[in-house]
Design a binder for this molecule. Structure first.
Ligand SMILES: [Zn+2]
Ligand SMILES: [Zn+2]
Length: 193
């Protein structure tokens, strides 16, 4: 059987001050989804870039992958973090141009949902990461999501949990671009009420 090509993905904010790269990844190394949840939409609004982050349905195109497979090469000082509530996810973005980077669940969880704007692969995203596995949290969608675009909730949840378990066993929260060795976020998150 032919082996899948697993290229690195280059990471770049809109203005180019923050750059990075992923390890070799493809559709099997993570989960690409469109998230319509109110928090993802609120994050896009917070960054004032709703139109370029969120699509017609209100979905954000996200690739969930292991934290250790993502590296920031330059522009560390431009990275900021916001949480929509004290217990919410860490939502990382760049202060230079308000590009969303991705969402993490804390230092011990080997997970980051990288937001499409930070991946320099818009033209060949389907090839690099596979097609989206569908829209989730559609009750928050702005427009009715056609059935063929919806993710099957059971299948997608199971996939995400199994991936997380596997990454946890493999210790893929290390190295970690967003949390230091004391398990603290590299910048203090701003907590929105
Ligand atoms: Zn920038
Ligand atoms: Zn969401």
């Amino acid at each position: 059987m032919e082996r899948y090509l697993m290229p690195q993905v280059q990471l770049k904010c809109l203005c180019g001050k923050v750059t990075g790269e992923t390890a070799d990844i493809n559709e099997h190394s993570g989960t690409r989804i469109h998230c319509c949840c109110d928090d993802c939409q609120a994050f896009a609004q917070y960054l004032n870039h709703e139109k370029s982050i969120v699509d017609y349905f209100g979905g954000t195109d996200i690739f969930q992958m292991p934290l250790s497979h993502l590296k920031i090469n330059q522009g560390h000082e431009q990275i900021a973090c916001v949480k929509l509530s004290a217990k919410g996810m860490h939502r990382w973005y760049t202060t230079c141009c308000n590009t969303p980077i991705g969402n993490t669940m804390g230092p011990k969880m080997p997970f980051i949902g990288v937001i499409h704007n930070f991946m320099a692969n818009a033209e060949h995203r389907d090839v690099a990461l596979g097609k989206s596995r569908g829209y989730v949290h559609i009750k928050f969608a702005n427009e009715k999501v056609p059935e063929n675009l919806q993710a099957k909730p059971f299948n997608i949840t199971l996939r995400i949990i199994l991936k997380l378990l596997l990454w946890k066993i493999k210790g893929l929260n290390n190295p970690n671009a967003f949390f230091n060795q004391d398990q603290q976020p590299i910048v203090k998150p701003k907590i929105l009420k």
